[in-house]
Design a protein around this ligand. Structure first.
Ligand code: 13P
Ligand code: SF4
Length: 345
């Protein structure tokens, strides 16, 4: 394909299906097979543009299978994507995830151009708290350090002592408590993740009121019903309510869920998290039968093949973080990366 052909609206061409035979086979198992030929011209054009631009596409595990398997170079949870941004060779990163993930990539790789295909891809947790709220919390709890989930704006990160993801929240809380000599830590913004972390540590946590609009919709009754109806194991993300987590066989981050499946090899599993997570794991665990919830993250789903194509074609939308915010947010992210990933599964 020529450069101009990649810039135009992609059309079907002869040989597309055979050029992408392994991908077609994968996608036909994950999405309705009638949709696969609709995606192929976009996937082909994006892969061509990506090469021309020397770009790297990073996709979160909640992205749809045609993005996750079709165009992404690096996939993973929010911690893996943050680590990849620091290690990445390319000067151009397209972040197929939500805005706070693209901001984290920009803070960790300030000399690179970071693009997000849709600037409106937000997060209810990130929207639940401002830097002024963090300063008010500090005033109310003098000397107590602040750990913020990466699902926050750059300004909130900059007002925090350290960041964490669900993959290392317990370890970050304990490291910051030990370093500061405080047995109390302000943990924000997710009150459900915070209350789960509180069950895993002796450090006392001061919580905020944020919730994930996707995970908070699951109920304990639904989980009990699913277990009885399908005779299935249940794994749940710690952004779910404590009542839901109490019903689960395993609670863990998106990456820990994959490792738990590797270890336990269940016949059937219900994934109490965003719907695409099960699709993207299905390929790795063909022997496991996945019971999928239909809860989609409306923000993650703003990212589509056509807007990834437009993003690469027009080099839009660039993510910016002011230097003074970036320096302080970087210190909080670096403390998180120093702890790394120390999940027990
Ligand atoms: P991870 O940190 O597990 O990638 O999750 C991010 C997220 O937004 C979960 O809802
Ligand atoms: Fe935010 Fe929830 Fe969507 Fe994750 S699933 S990006 S926490 S709204």
């Amino acid at each position: 394909m020529t450069a101009n052909a990649a810039l135009a609206t992609p059309r079907w061409r002869d040989g597309l299906e055979s050029d992408y035979a392994p991908l077609v086979e994968t996608l036909e198992q994950l999405i309705p097979c009638m949709e696969v030929p609709l995606h192929l011209p976009w996937i082909d054009a994006i892969n061509t543009l990506k090469k021309q631009r020397g770009a790297v596409i990073m996709a979160h595990s909640y992205q749809s299978p045609e993005i996750f398997h079709g165009v992404a170079d690096i996939t993973g949870d929010s911690l893996a994507l943050a680590q990849a941004a620091t290690d990445c060779d390319s000067d151009l990163i397209v972040l197929c995830g939500v805005h706070f993930m693209a901001e984290s990539a920009k803070i960790l790789a300030p000399d690179k151009t970071v693009l997000i295909p849709d600037l409106e891809a937000g997060c209810s947790l990130a929207a639940s708290i401002t830097a002024a709220d963090v300063r008010a919390l500090r005033a109310r709890h003098p000397g107590v350090p602040v750990v913020s989930y990466v699902n926050t704006s750059a300004e909130v990160k900059a007002a925090s002592d350290a960041c964490c993801t669900s993959a290392n929240a317990v370890q970050v809380v304990e490291a910051i408590a030990a370093q500061s000599g405080s047995r109390k830590v302000i943990f924000l913004p997710d009150r459900y993740l915070g209350s789960w972390v509180a069950t895993q540590t002796d450090v006392e946590l001061v919580l905020w009121t944020g919730t994930c609009e996707v995970h908070e919709t699951f109920t304990a009754q639904q989980v009990r019903h699913t277990r009885e109806q399908f005779d299935t194991k249940v794994v749940a993300h710690p952004e779910c309510s404590p009542e839901v987590l109490a019903e689960a066989d395993f609670v863990g981050s998106t990456s820990a869920m994959g490792r738990w499946l590797e270890k336990e090899k269940p016949t059937r599993v219900a994934m109490i998290t965003e719907c695409s997570m099960a699709d993207n794991l299905k390929n790795r665990f063909p022997q496991v039968q996945f019971i999928k919830p239909c809860n989609l993250c409306p923000h993650m789903k703003r990212i589509t093949l056509p807007n990834i194509h437009a993003c690469l074609r027009d080099l839009r939308y660039e993510v910016h973080v002011s230097p003074e915010v970036s320096v302080r947010a970087r210190a909080a992210l670096d403390r998180m990366l120093a702890v790394g990933r120390r999940e027990t599964v």
